[in-house]
Ligand binder design. Structure first.
Ligand SMILES: *Cc1c(COP(=O)(O)O)cnc(C)c1O
Length: 425
């Protein structure tokens, strides 16, 4: 529990404007391009566009690809991109140089991490065949665990922790690896990484942390926690662009202990020797698989550079101040609306978004989006509001909550066009 006394959130719109004027992170807003009339509360799903992205895309496409052609693998640093960007990202998650690569998707990186963890356990304690994760985890994390257990067969299974069940209850001598999201995608609830990692280690298991909703949003210190593996997205709080490649971190103590099974030529010790057998390169490079999406990957640097220029402690403080403000404003106006806060009030357990359950959540979110207040909806019934301190301010939160209650108080959501389900919510 965070026991430091907290300043009360601003109580009027004027006080919000004043808080914005005094905000040391305010200048970072100009590093992003957001359309007029939009309050963007979905940076936890797809981050906003850095100002520098079009220039970098043009450089890569026109000069590096257009003029450099294949020479650019050597002359424009294309081949080094996964490791070079990984080293930059490492500083945001408490990792060291040579411990992170930017590559593939979070789903694929989960597969590699889980496979690696199972392989380590197979060598030292082969009775451990259970992958533990949460029923409430992001679906792909569960699905990938199921996929690898099914592929391995021979008694490998997935055990899901139910809501309210302590992690300890799921740990035992049969558990090989525990895969947890540091910040839950739906509720915003956050695990204490250091104590949870210790708990898992004491039970003889390894831990994979999914940092999808944590990297760039909350301070993360993987090395201090002594964690084993971590994966995460660059298109959420790191603003890398739609579908930008993910990242994977492997504690240096594990890197050379096994091959990960997606043993493509980019992870080979000598990819251009064109040998007839796989030999993994030493270090994190063996977590690469095939040729990288260079244009998309190059854009990752634009978002990373903004995050690296900001102080993570200040980002965290502002994130908490903004989520406090959101929660207090909703509480004050909630009345008899069936809005239920599903995000922890305890600051130490809260990530960087606020979620509310409401039986008509889907239509309410569509009504909000129609007036430029963009959050998202997650089954079941959850309205989700992402807080990104680099480009959101106090007055934005004020105005978003104001729009929410205009829609609720006047039942403006209750219209056929807001009930139509879109493919992506
Ligand atoms: C967003 C998210 C993912 C996304 O995985 P992709 O492979 O990039 O689609 C995975 N896990 C968590 C916890 C997420 O929040």
């Amino acid at each position: 529990m965070d026991t430091a006394p907290q300043p009360a959130p601003p109580a009027t719109r004027e006080a919000c404007v004043a808080a914005d004027a005094a905000d040391p992170l305010r200048r970072f807003r100009d590093d992003f391009l957001l359309p007029d009339g939009v309050i963007y509360l979905d940076g936890n799903s797809l981050g906003a566009r850095p100002r520098t992205s079009p220039g970098v895309a043009a450089r890569v496409i026109e000069q590096e690809w257009g003029t450099g052609l294949i020479r650019s693998w050597n002359t424009a640093g294309w081949f080094e991109l996964p490791g070079r960007l990984g080293d930059k990202l490492a500083t945001l998650i408490g990792a060291g140089p040579g411990e992170v690569v930017v590559t593939d998707t979070t789903s694929l990186n989960l597969f590699k991490s889980l496979a690696a963890a199972l392989r380590i356990q197979q060598a030292q304690d082969p009775a451990r065949k259970v992958i533990v994760t949460e029923r409430d985890n992001f679906p792909t994390d569960i699905y990938m665990a199921e996929g690898i257990a099914d592929f391995l067969g021979r008694g490998y299974t997935v055990r899901l922790i139910d809501e309210g069940q302590p992690l300890e209850a799921a740990l035992g001598g049969d558990v090989a690896v525990v895969a947890l999201s540091h910040v839950n995608y739906r509720t915003g609830a956050m695990w204490d990484m250091a104590s949870t990692t210790s708990l898992v280690h004491d039970a003889g298991a390894l831990v994979v942390w999914d940092l999808a909703h944590a990297a760039g949003a909350v301070p993360v210190d993987l090395r201090a926690a002594g964690a084993d593996f971590a994966v995460g997205c660059t298109y959420k709080y790191l603003n890398g662009g739609p579908g930008s490649p993910a990242f994977i971190w492997v504690n240096a103590r594990h890197q050379d202990r096994f091959w990960q099974p997606l043993s493509g030529w980019w992870g080979h010790a000598r990819p251009f020797a064109m040998e007839d057998s796989y030999e993994p390169v030493a270090g994190i490079g063996r977590f690469l698989c095939g040729t990288q999406p260079v244009v998309s990957m190059a854009l990752v640097e634009c978002g990373l550079d903004v995050s690296l220029a900001a102080d993570m402690g200040a980002v965290r403080e502002k994130s908490l101040a903004l989520t406090d403000l959101f929660i207090s404003l909703v509480q004050a106006r909630r009345g008899s609306h069936p809005l239920e806060l599903v995000t922890p009030l305890d600051r130490a357990r809260r990530g960087s978004h606020v979620s509310y359950a409401h039986p008509d959540g889907y239509a309410i979110m569509q009504a909000l989006i129609s007036r430029g207040v963009i959050g998202d909806y997650r089954e079941p019934q959850v309205l989700r509001f992402g807080v990104t301190p680099l480009y959101l301010g106090y007055a934005d939160v004020w105005d978003a909550v104001d729009a929410l209650f205009d829609i609720l108080d006047n039942r403006l959501w209750d219209a056929p066009q807001f009930r139509e389900r879109l493919q992506v919510t």
